[in-house]
Design a protein around this ligand. Structure first.
Ligand SMILES: NC(=O)c1ccc[n+]([C@@H]2O[C@H](COP(=O)([O-])OP(=O)(O)OC[C@H]3O[C@@H](n4cnc5c(N)ncnc54)[C@H](OP(=O)(O)O)[C@@H]3O)[C@@H](O)[C@H]2O)c1
Length: 186
């Protein structure tokens, strides 16, 4: 059966976007980006909140292929090859191929998608991911901790969810980022 993964790049104090709405400090260097690419390779479908989709849609553009270093080009190719489901009540049209809009997050439908999938799924955007956690759908968390404290902003993990985790892997990067891979425990 496929795995549903929540990946996040966050500050040490747990934010994926700071109080000014910026996440420049989370931009991966080439070493981290290459590692992320290898983690994303098995992902066949992205389930994305509308805001995360709007950020990630950059990777659909020609610029993502021509202006980027090799790690960026590799990621753009992975993004473009994957299916995307965008959750939004407002979005009228999508700006990427292999993409459909869902007007609501239906846990039963997502569970069925995971059960039937040949490849892994990733859920992105903390507001959407909170709903996947609440429904007990998240199998793994891939967390990149950036060596910075930002003091506030948008939290990577939902406030109202309690989840036991088992550490499966960890990795330290030269730039000070730490990767933690957890499996959720029931
Ligand atoms: N740290 C990093 O490396 C990093 C990387 C990329 C992006 N980001 C930032 O992270 C933020 C994304 O997180 P977020 O929590 O704000 O947003 P999100 O989860 O990506 O998207 C929230 C939106 O998803 C839609 N949505 C959520 N639940 C829904 C449901 N049940 N049914 C239908 N639609 C639903 C709604 O869209 P509508 O309003 O259209 O209905 C909602 O406004 C963005 O600001 C992004 O720029 C950070």
């Amino acid at each position: 059966m496929a795995t549903l993964i929540y990946s996040t790049i966050m500050s040490l104090d747990g934010y994926m976007e700071d109080g000014d709405g910026s996440f420049d400090w989370a931009a991966p260097d080439d070493e981290v980006h290459a590692f992320i690419n290898d983690l994303e390779r098995p992902v066949g479908t992205y389930l994305l909140g509308r805001r995360m989709y709007e950020t990630m849609a950059y990777w659909e553009t020609a610029g993502a292929l021509s202006d980027q270093p090799p790690v960026g080009q590799d990621f753009a190719a992975l993004w473009q090859a994957a299916d995307k489901v965008v959750y939004s009540r407002t979005l009228q049209q999508v700006s990427s191929a292999r993409t459909r809009i869902e007007r609501d997050f239906d846990p039963a439908a997502v569970r069925q998608m995971v059960t039937r999938a040949q490849r892994d799924l990733a859920v992105g955007g903390p507001e959407l991911a909170a709903q996947a956690f609440e429904a007990g759908l998240v199998d793994e968390c891939h967390v990149f901790v950036v060596p910075i404290v930002v003091g506030g902003g948008k939290r990577s993990f939902p406030d109202e969810v309690r989840q036991s985790l088992e550490l499966l892997d960890e990795h330290r990067f030269d730039g000070g980022v730490v990767y933690l891979r957890y499996r959720t425990r029931t």
